[in-house]
Design a protein around this ligand. Structure first.
Ligand SMILES: Nc1nc2c(ncn2[C@@H]2O[C@H](COP(=O)(O)OP(=O)(O)O)[C@@H](O)[C@H]2O)c(=O)[nH]1
Ligand SMILES: [Mg+2]
Length: 201
């Protein structure tokens, strides 16, 4: 026995591990989404919103929110026996942008969560991933009191490439978030295949 592995019989499956980022504006549901799918207790770094942060933290529409993620959310989900995703929720506020470059290193793709009541809050994240050619999907977190728009309208409003998937979801529901994750993995795989194609031809 070396490192607990049996020397006879089937070797254990070494899962492929992929890193996925979860981005989007403040209060859009990033922490909720990582928590909904994670098999491990999500590591959160929440901080009580301070009086000092009030002029810079835009809490309009999220007045009930008293904590904010300062560093990141971290979670894990096994999509298949041989495919494990590590999720990293990016910090929501502009003043934590400097952490993004570190987080995005080696990422397969990203979910940009959007709230149709404050769609402009996700512009920065969309811009960030487009500039760095990191494949992403838009997860429209359908809050109960938000108007439902067709995915195509949201694509137009965000001026997305036709290939960028827009998936409606509920960040509180495990199965719903899983669908978004599957969409990111598929989209990133297709993107990687396309890149290989353009190199060899
Ligand atoms: N109604 C509803 N509330 C949600 C949903 N997702 C998140 N919330 C709530 O919205 C607030 C902000 O979510 P949070 O995950 O902390 O946002 P973050 O700043 O992006 O991490 C929390 O109070 C959540 O419980 C959703 O899909 N529907
Ligand atoms: Mg959060």
């Amino acid at each position: 026995m070396i490192f607990g592995r049996s020397e006879r019989g089937k070797p254990p499956v070494e899962p492929v591990t992929l890193k996925i980022l979860v981005a989007g504006g403040f209060g859009v549901g990033k922490t909720t989404c990582v928590g909904a799918v994670s098999e491990i207790k999500p590591l959160r770094t929440e901080e009580v919103l301070t009086e000092a942060g009030r002029p810079v933290d835009d809490t309009r529409g999220v007045e009930n929110k008293h904590t904010t993620t300062v560093a990141m959310d971290f979670g894990r989900i096994t999509l298949r026996e041989d495919l494990v995703l590590y999720l990293f929720g990016t910090p929501g506020q502009d003043r934590f942008w400097f952490l993004w470059d570190e987080l995005s290193t080696g990422a397969l793709g990203a979910i940009v969560l959007a709230d149709t009541r404050r769609l402009e809050d996700c512009f920065a994240a969309v811009d960030y991933f487009e500039r760095r050619s990191i494949p992403f999907v838009i997860g429209v977190n359908c809050f109960d009191d938000a108007v439902r728009y067709p995915a195509e309208d949201i694509r137009q409003a965000l001026d997305l490439d036709t290939g960028t998937p827009v998936v409606l979801c509920d960040a509180r529901e495990r199965e719903s978030v899983k669908d978004v994750l599957v969409a990111v993995v598929r989209h990133a795989m297709a993107y990687a295949a396309e890149q290989r194609q353009s190199i060899t031809t």
